[in-house]
Ligand binder design. Structure first.
Ligand code: CTP
Length: 278
């Protein structure tokens, strides 16, 4: 609005009445107006309106502006130009986390393995990788500038020592593939972690679940570990639901019920927020 129009009693009284009904008013900003007059009447910049709305709409403002790194999906380790070693991870949990953190106002970078269905929120910055080695490079580079990192990817633990240039031909006898360990990305981040960063890992276990998950939390210097048990129905790969237990540094294990991955992502975000206040 122009200055006179905005300052007119019909406008100010209407605005006061809207506020009295419980509405909130965003702006205006002061500055040069279309008529050449200077004063109140300018629309706020779109990003100012956005950040006002994110704060107003979300009851938990703790994640606004936090830099969050999330890994998702499988990796592929090439054997030859047409074959690879991989796993059944869909990346759905990591993508649900990325969507949840972005919704809460965080600045999210998603490092996604092959086949991961991209997040709908265009504000999420996606780095696509294929191999464990590529995921390592992207995650380590991003981690340096992150407040929170959540490694939900199912990274290959081994990769072929040599990748054949040509397609390997079928032989009549047994074939042995020689594998070497990949770098444990999460453990590497645990070594780099500063006291202001929060590092969260996942542990997919089939047996001795709590003990194994605590072992990972300690070995990899994590703040939280999210345990999935393959024994729980609805918690496996490619499912839209998950059943988790979150374990903290004091070895407190909190089990959650079977929920959609979106709800699980919200539970994980809430738990991470509780780490900030400690
Ligand atoms: N992870 C990683 N880099 C690897 C292997 C695992 O960053 N090379 C991360 C995963 O993203 C996950 C956590 O480590 O957050 C645990 O992964 P998991 O496969 O459950 O455990 P491992 O440490 O690989 O141990 P194991 O396979 O023996 O259970």
């Amino acid at each position: 609005m122009d200055l006179d129009m905005f300052a007119h009693p019909s406008t100010t009284e209407n605005i006061s009445q809207l506020i009295s009904f419980g509405n909130r008013v965003i702006g205006p900003a002061s500055g040069e107006l279309a008529s050449g007059l200077k004063g109140a009447g300018r629309m706020l910049e779109p990003d100012e309106i956005c950040s006002f709305m994110v704060k107003a709409l979300h009851p938990n403002p703790e994640l606004i502006g936090k830099k969050v790194l999330i890994s998702a999906g499988p990796t592929r380790e090439s054997i030859d130009p047409v074959r690879f070693i991989s796993n059944h991870s869909s990346g759905k949990m990591g993508v649900a986390l990325a969507e949840e953190f972005a919704l809460r106002g965080a600045l999210v970078t998603l490092v996604a393995g092959p086949g991961v269905v991209m997040p709908k929120n265009g504000a999420i910055s996606v780095l696509q990788v294929v191999s464990a080695d590529q995921m390592l490079v992207q995650c380590i580079a991003e981690f340096k500038n992150s407040d929170i990192a959540i490694m939900a990817a199912a990274v290959a633990d081994y990769t072929p020592i040599a990748v054949a240039d040509q397609k390997l031909k079928k032989k009549s006898d047994q074939v042995h593939l020689e594998l070497k360990p990949t770098v444990d990305i999460l453990a590497r981040m645990g070594e780099m972690k500063t006291k202001n960063q929060i590092l969260v890992g996942f542990a997919l276990e089939t047996d001795n679940e709590i003990v194994n998950a605590i072992g990972k939390l300690e070995r990899k210097n994590l703040d939280l570990v999210v345990l999935n048990s393959m024994q729980d129905a609805g918690a496996g790969f490619n499912s839209d639901t998950n059943k988790i237990t979150i374990i903290d540094k004091n070895k407190n294990a909190v089990p959650y019920s079977l929920k959609s991955k979106k709800e699980v992502a919200s539970d994980i975000a809430d738990k991470i927020i509780s780490c900030f206040s400690k």
